[in-house]
Design a protein around this ligand. Sequence first.
Ligand SMILES: *Cc1c(COP(=O)(O)O)cnc(C)c1O
Length: 413
Amino acid sequence: MNDSKKYGFTTTILHSDRQKSIEHGSLHKPIHTSVAFGYRDARELAAVFQGKTPGYRYGRQGNPTVSALEDKINRMEEGLATLCFSTGMAAIGALAQALLRDGDHVVVSSFLFGNTNSLWQTVNAQGCDVSFVDATDVANVEAALTPATRIVFVETIANPRTQIADLARIGELCRQRGILYVVDNTMTSPYLFRPRQVGAGLVVNALTKSIGGHGNALGGALTDTGLYDWSRYPNIHDNYKRNQVQQWGISQVRAKALRDFGAALGPEAAHHIAVGAETMALRLERECANALALAQMLQADERVAAVHYPGLPTHPQHALAKDLFRAFGGLFSFELKEGIDCFDYLNRLKLAIPASNLGDTRTLVIPVAHTIFYEMGAERRASMGIAESLIRVSVGIEDPADLVEDFRQALGT
Ligand SMILES: *Cc1c(COP(=O)(O)O)cnc(C)c1O
């Protein structure tokens, strides 16, 4: 593959390992399980430590199998540089640990993945001020900004209610104010959407979900798109200002978060994720088509009270989703009418599995209020628009007719 030519998404991912020489012509990047990397020449070892020669030192800061995956993610996001972490949460935690200081202010969407919401509450308790706002309207983000605001953090499509952030307008606002804009792209994945299009400086991906795609490995990534001007960011330590200004942020995150906090991705997990990534586009095409078919069938049934899916014309941000995303995603949620118990409904499903992952090849369902949103209590759930009967569906790649029939028969006769 000639690196200067622009290939399609899947071609690029499939052939990215061959950009560098691979041991013995192996077609997959091998799984390097070594923690340490030895050098024959002690001066070369020193040069690697001083960043003067490229090379690996110790597994916590970098590993060849993980680097090959970082390169793939970087190509997917058309980024400047990408770092991988042990989980998606570790990637988000890393940016908070490496880039924020006591007294800083952060604006985050109030419709976030539950654990991310909890993480920002922890950051708030540790000395940063965190404002939670309805990010479907840029005006709410703008109203929350203060002179101490360092980061605005949003997701693309919210889980489980599928609200879509005002992505492009928030990007423009951040650009004008010199604020770092971070977009968690997990729900769309780089196949459906690239946050650099809306001006994101950093992009988060939970590799556990669509990129790995088989529910067999945890992982996370942070990509620097190269769009943010780090000379405007006040928290960069002098050590990292020795590099080119574009590298300041990513080198500080590598050192402060990966080296010091140590949530490194393991090489075996990196291999699983890299193999999964090869079929991401194929899986997502099928998942999005299946999700639309299920959402349409359920919406047309009188026993269903509401269906939340950006692919339905009734979704409040349907036009925005159509404009920004290649397809509408593999996740939707729905509410049953009173009289049908959500547990009974789930127990009648024969194919869909009650489980809490997303972006798996298998269709997974979960009663939201009773599981992932249980801890926050009824009042907070109501304020987030989470009905007690809400069922979240992460749609898999099963044959479409089988899935539609399964969800239809569970409604009863
Ligand atoms: C799952 C998820 C995460 C966290 O990823 P883990 O690998 O489970 O830690 C972060 N953000 C979003 C949007 C997610 O769906």
